[in-house]
Design a protein around this ligand. Sequence first.
Ligand code: MG
Ligand code: MG
Length: 269
Amino acid sequence: MFERGIEIKTSAQIASMREAGLVVGRTLELLRSTAAAGMTTAELDAIAHKHIRSLGATSNFLGYHGVTGVICTAVNDEVVHGSPGPRVLQDGDIISIDCGAIVDGWHGDAAITVAIGEVPDEVTELLRVTEESMWRGIAAARLGGRVSDISHAIETTIEAAGDYGIAEGYTGHGIGSAMHQPPNVYNYGRPRRGPKLVRGLALAVEPMVTLGTAQTRTLADDWTVVTTDGSWSAHFEHTFTLTDTGAWVLTALDGGQARLAELGVPFGG
Ligand code: MG
Ligand code: MG
């Protein structure tokens, strides 16, 4: 059912999204523990593809706007949308891995950024701040609130943490029977704007944060997005919904229960 272009899911449909979300969450955990110096991004993709298939799900990335894998990988100054390929991971790199899956026609979408070996403290902090902003965005969502309450919480978390860039022009999104649906979920903005947060809405929240500029450009492959100043970038993403009891992070293995509790938010799973 759609209300003003926004898909409102039944509890049964959300349950299918949880199944898809668990496939995504498990695949990302596998990749987090597997990613190492000397591997290519194509090897990570092959592991993800086999894993998604073994769980009885299908990929929503493969073939989407020409994506050649079941994951998108973005190394160092790449922000998003890199296709897996021959690039070999080096000690000291960071790699963002974005993954999605479909179960019974319902989609999940999430991303993590992983450090390969030792990275400088400022890079570790970039990852921490980016992930924290995602969780604080989710924690700001309440039934009856507005979509930009999430955006505002993301932005204020990042601004309070230091001098970072929030990649311009890239947003989170509604998700359900398709991976990308209205509404956009901006990573900055004033609160109390945009569509109302209602039961049955599902959103992918995905801050992209850099150590320098907010400006990005697209490479000649027409797809990979990099920072214009070469600064490194991190990306975290979860798909979540709001139930009558609280927030439920569909792509987190524990449904988000632990992190939400730390932030004083009731768990809705
Ligand atoms: Mg994604
Ligand atoms: Mg997404």
